[in-house]
Ligand binder design. Structure first.
Ligand code: AMP
Length: 473
């Protein structure tokens, strides 16, 4: 008898867990499941990789199945809000797997796909709906969905939601939920602003904290290399080439701070014969799905991502995380390295620290209480770097779209009309600039793609107006 049996979950759920190969609950599951089965609200402080999806999914499915109700048109009984499409899709996949032996339907809606098609999926209603906030509100505004029958509400990755400027949509959602419901609120970090947001949703919650705030994944070996920005690409190519050749690297996730930077890294790696793909907000949904699928299946062993696009990515076997650029927000580092060492595996995180990024490193070490181990450059670095091939010109899909900006929290606002302010980052001379808005996925709200558009509107886009760099609302 496994410990899952003792938690009191229904037999069809235990069978689904068995076929997933789970034998023991993770600490957050152990703590959260009994309280959630009792119908309590929950405040969960946990980063991804701790098993929090199952922690909220299993008891919720148990409760829904224990109290069968006829499906109501354009309604759902459980609503899970997630900040990004990838995370939403992942949660829905997991919930489907856990619900496979139950008569419960799971639907998932997010921006980037035609809204009409998603509205049609909801006509007959569903039991569980996983959604990103913008698309959820679109559907509600079109009267394709009502929240009147929500019994269980889950807000996942609350800190990321706030970071993406989803506070207004969340406030609207809060007002539409029925008074009588069970609410679950998860966040990797719990600064005061997030705790305040939580108060709008949860009442007298059980508090579950699986690791102290901002504690980095314990099983990740963390290294730093001091290196000039201009030499980072060569170092990455050399390290990846060696690691993939001797199989010490199984799958690597590389973080850049900008979408443009991600595309540039891909071009360099591909020129050096390393199969790599990028995932960020300028990519269409199809490109993102393809890149992620290639990475999951293993024929693309290197994925380059911006922070927001990578949030929530759950791929087993990510052996290495490279911080090509240091995150300027220390908490982001915790999220990044949380991509490796998931579900108990070991992982390695290597941070490339340019001279002007040293303060970021200090901030990270202060937050996590972990000193990154200094790593030297490869012995014949200069000679190897010289022999690396130069990338060909930017392929069409990788060109810089207007408005591709570093993911800084605050930046000089761009003057009205979309002209760059004086502090705009330098352009890559090899890269052509798209005319306004071209090449962007249309028909979705800015924050739905990755939230990057939303940031632009908040800090650089002129008071929520369309700037040419943002997609149509
Ligand atoms: P999450 O934090 O929900 O993103 O889960 C991280 C990973 O752990 C996912 O790949 C889950 O499938 C996996 N996982 C969740 N619970 C368990 C468990 N009890 N045993 C083994 N793996 C698990």
């Amino acid at each position: 008898m496994s410990y899952f049996d003792q938690l009191g979950l229904a037999e069809p759920i235990l069978r689904a867990l068995k076929s997933k190969g789970y034998t023991e609950p993770t600490p957050i599951q152990r703590q959260a499941i009994p309280a959630l089965l009792e119908g309590r609200d929950l405040l969960g402080i946990a980063q991804t990789g701790t098993g929090k999806t199952a922690a909220f999914a299993l008891p919720s499915l148990h409760r829904l199945a224990a109290n069968p109700v006829a499906r109501m048109p354009a309604a759902c009984r459980m609503l899970v809000l997630s900040p990004t499409r990838e995370l939403a899709a992942q949660i829905a996949d997991n919930m489907e797997a856990y619900a496979r032996n139950l008569n419960l339907s799971v639907q998932c809606v997010f921006g980037g796909l035609p809204v009409g098609k998603q509205a049609r999926k909801l006509v007959g209603g569903c039991d569980v709906l996983v959604a990103t906030p913008g698309r959820l509100l679109d559907l509600i505004d079109q009267r394709a969905l009502t929240l009147r029958h929500v019994e269980i509400f889950v807000l996942d990755e609350a800190d990321q939601m706030m970071d993406l400027g989803f506070i207004k949509p969340l406030t609207r959602v809060a007002a539409m939920l029925p008074e009588k419901r069970q609410s679950l609120f998860f966040s990797a970090t719990m600064p005061n602003a997030i705790a305040d947001l939580g108060k709008r949703f949860i009442k007298n919650p059980v508090r579950v904290e699986v690791s102290p705030q901002a504690t980095t994944a314990e099983r990740v070996e963390q290294f730093s290399i001091y290196i000039n920005q201009a030499e980072k690409q060569a170092l990455l190519t050399i390290q990846l080439r060696a690691g993939l050749a001797d199989k010490s690297i199984e799958r690597a996730l590389v973080f850049t701070r900008t979408k443009h930077g991600a595309d540039r890294v891909v071009r360099h790696l591909c020129a050096a014969g390393i199969n790599a793909a990028a995932i960020h907000g300028n990519k269409s949904q199809a490109q993102r799905t393809r890149a992620l699928e290639g990475f999951r299946q293993g024929h693309v062993p290197v994925l380059i991502a911006t922070d927001i696009a990578a949030r929530g990515i759950d791929v087993t076997g990510v052996s290495h995380v490279f911080n090509f650029e240091m995150p300027n927000i220390a908490e982001q580092y915790v999220h990044r390295i949380g991509r490796t060492a998931r579900a108990g595996a070991d992982g390695i995180a290597i941070s490339y620290v340019a001279p002007d990024e040293k303060p970021y490193l200090k901030g990270i070490e202060r937050l996590t209480g972990v000193k990154l181990m200094p790593m030297g450059l490869p012995e014949d670095f200069a000679a190897q770097a010289k022999s690396l091939p130069a990338p060909s010109r930017a392929p069409a899909g990788a060109e810089r779209a207007e408005g591709d900006r570093p993911q800084r929290k605050f930046r000089n606002p761009r003057p009205e009309g979309g002209q760059r302010g004086p502090a705009a980052p330098k352009r890559d001379p090899n890269v052509r600039v798209h005319p306004r808005g071209e090449g962007r996925p249309q028909g979705e709200r800015a924050g739905e793609r990755t939230g990057e558009g939303q940031r632009r509107r908040r800090f650089g886009g002129g008071g929520g107006q369309r700037t040419g760099s943002g997609p149509a609302r």
